[in-house]
Design a protein around this ligand. Structure first.
Ligand code: NAI
Length: 379
């Protein structure tokens, strides 16, 4: 079985971490399946490299390749500042309607963490990716649009609560029933498929009653309607938590949580908080998925790290773990487990790139290439 994977090497450290990820995935597949399951890597471009070569940051061919193969992996992309160019990551998510941002968070023994019991953190965050205040519907303070919007609010909607209307900027927070349902459905299915103990809806419905409160209500209704037997038997435990309490609980009793389903902005904060708890902010993997079309793009979650680009210092683990998630997405779990085992063993013995090794009591720092070779040997 040969699967074609379009990949964007990315900008800055992107090509280094992508090359590491590819050779480690290939080695794990070869060792596990002896050539019967392989990846056919198809290079496509986006970001600064694409702009220099083709005069556009996101060529149509790149989007088309992801659509054709329903799969892809990307390194970090430089987001051009100013000029009205949207974030390329956001553009890709919107083009393919990748409505779940999936972030698994676990601790690897040996990785230094700011909390006493990082081993208790084992969560998978389903962050809604297309709605909420992130939809990009907002108007600048003092602009004609902001004034027009305020006039509409006051004159047609009877809103009198805006404290400083003349200088207020405005943003709109759309949260829909369909958007909530497809996200919560994906989280419930994931929990059932992976024997996860619970799904927690994290929201701020006590304050934003119709948007975040709607998310909570629609989420519960969906779970009870579409998974009645599983909910009744306790196989699927669905609960909710208010976002601020969740942030506290995630530090104090993380073992109470497993799969998290939440809105876009909450999910952004939560993903980074949890990643920091396991010391993994620099190595956290991610994926953007549409579970209906099957389209999925896996990605390193860090940026282009221009300060260390080309210096053999980059940690390839975020991209590597995203690639490992891609193997799991394909159902090639044995190869994925082999990579996890190699990483667990290496970190436990103190082998890591400089950024992680310097925080480990027994740290043995390796360059990007040497760390890659080390992992391949372990595999
Ligand atoms: P950054 O993540 O590139 O760097 C922050 C710090 O983390 C730097 O000190 C960097 O050296 C370090 N770092 C990042 N990745 C590392 C790795 N793999 N190994 C070791 N150290 C690593 O964030 P920054 O500086 O805010 O952004 C730089 C560029 O990246 C910007 O153009 C930004 O828009 C873009 N960016 C792209 C993202 C994406 O494509 N997913 C995400 C975040 C930023």
């Amino acid at each position: 079985m040969k699967i074609t994977v379009p990949f964007i090497p990315g900008d800055g450290v992107g090509p280094e971490v992508t090359s590491a990820m590819r050779s480690i995935l290939d080695a794990a597949l070869e060792k596990t399946y002896s050539g019967t399951k392989t990846l056919d890597w198809l290079e496509v471009q986006a970001g600064q490299t694409a702009f220099e070569r083709f005069g556009t940051y996101l060529p149509d061919e790149t989007i088309q390749a992801f659509k054709t193969h329903h799969l892809g992996i990307k390194g970090p992309l430089m987001t051009p500042v100013g000029g009205g160019i949207r974030s390329l990551n956001v553009a890709l998510r919107q083009e393919l309607d990748l409505y779940v941002c999936l972030r698994p968070i676990r601790w690897f023994k040996g990785v230094s963490s700011p909390v006493l019991h990082p081993e208790r953190v084992d969560m998978v965050v389903f962050r809604e990716n297309t709605e909420d205040i992130y939809a990009g519907i907002e108007w600048e303070s003092g602009s004609p649009e902001a004034r027009k919007f305020y006039r509409f609010l006051r004159e047609e909607m009877g809103v009198e609560k805006v404290r400083f209307p003349e200088t207020s900027a405005f943003g709109v927070k759309p949260v829909s029933k369909e958007g909530t349902e497809r996200l919560v459905r994906a989280a419930c299915k994931y929990a059932l498929a992976h024997d996860r103990p619970s799904v927690t809806l994290v929201h701020k419905g006590n304050i934003m009653k119709f948007t975040e409160g709607g998310f909570k209500t629609w989420g519960y209704e969906l779970a009870r309607r579409e998974f009645p037997d599983e909910v009744a038997s306790g196989k699927l435990v669905i609960k909710d938590c208010i976002a601020d309490a969740f942030l506290q609980n995630a530090l104090l009793k993380p073992e109470d949580y497993s799969v998290i389903a939440t809105l876009n902005l909450n999910g952004d904060y939560i993903s980074d908080l949890l990643a920091a708890q396991v010391g993994g902010i620099g190595i956290a993997p991610g994926a953007n998925i549409n579970y209906d079309t099957g389209d999925a793009i896996f990605e390193a979650t860090h940026g282009t790290a221009p300060d260390i680009a080309g210096k053999n210092l980059a940690n390839p683990c975020s991209n590597l773990l995203s690639g490992t998630m891609m193997l799991e997405h394909l159902g090639w779990n044995e190869a994925a487990d082999r990579i996890y085992a190699a990483l667990e063993q290496s970190f436990a013995e103190g082998f890591a790139t400089f950024d992680l090794a310097r925080m480990m009591p027994n740290g043995k720092p390796l360059g990007t290439k040497e760390f890659t070779e080390h992992l391949i040997e372990r595999i």
